[in-house]
Write a protein that binds this ligand. Sequence first.
Ligand code: FAD
Length: 313
Amino acid sequence: MSDVLVLVEHDGTSATRSGAELLTLARSWGDPVAVLVGPADGDLCDQVAGHGARVLVAEPQDPDALLAGPVAALLAALVAAGDVVAVLLPSSVDGTQVAAALGVALDSGVITRAVGVDAALVATISAFAGSYLTTCQVTRGIPVLTVALGASDADPTIRVSAVAPIHVDLPADPATRVRVLSRTPRAVTGRPDLAAASVIVAAGRGLAGDLGPVEDLADALGAAIGGSRAAVDAGWLPHDVQVGQTGKTVAPQLYIAAGISGAIQHVAGMRSARTIIAINSDPGAPIFDIADLGIVGDVFAVLPQAAAAVRAR
Ligand code: FAD
């Protein structure tokens, strides 16, 4: 069987949910080969191998090597050296940058933000903020696809231990015009990362700047906090938690939209959530059109009751 290269994002000790989904998806077309860039411990390698993947690890000493250019050059070298049928990458900012550089290096077609890919490598993508679903296929070179979180399920891993990863070098990228000057870890909130969270409580303009009830429910549920652009533009939340067309695309098990009207640009980023609960005082709010459960009410009354009910379980 041919190989399917998968760029797996990780934090050194565990793979992201998208990594698990991509490795599962890769098995539709061949043998998955997981490429881990950056330090990867034994547990991480075992976890990735548990998806039936061969594990390649590139641990650069130089932080510049973590930029898109060298990572794309590594993937291009692996494609050139093997029998590779496709390359899958996460639909993150980094994954998209690497995909673009890889497409150039391979002279291949690139499809970004696929929300589904079938057995013939035909991808479904969402256009005009989710108003249309279109299908497309790479017709030139080795297909390079970035795949949105939630586009496929992640099969559970098989228990494996003490996997010996294959160490590969990241090629130097003489063409790079960018240097990494410093890296600052984000402040630790104690809450899960938005992109990987299985539960998200999202705040909209209806919170009127008082995010306390949203934070309280999120803490009770062990959830991440997201927000609409209105909440972000008002300065109540940082931009990296904005959900929607110009923010993040999320696909949690549960998305609670509090005081969010349901504008098409917001819905584009969260419509793939498995269950959507909306809390809004306006019974005509469009968010109720896509909600599985709608609560017509005041967020300042409903959210504290929900948090108390969760804690009482
Ligand atoms: P509003 O639309 O003002 O809705 C607030 C809601 O809260 C209302 O439905 C109201 O009934 C309800 N409410 C008020 N008080 C209460 C209360 N006490 N209890 C319960 N409910 C209450 N938006 C995004 O979110 N993400 C994006 O990525 C994004 N990208 C965009 C890109 C473009 C090019 C454009 C033009 C717009 C974009 N937007 C985006 C903006 C989007 O169009 C909406 O303006 C935005 O989503 C509205 O945010 P909101 O729902 O919080 O606010």
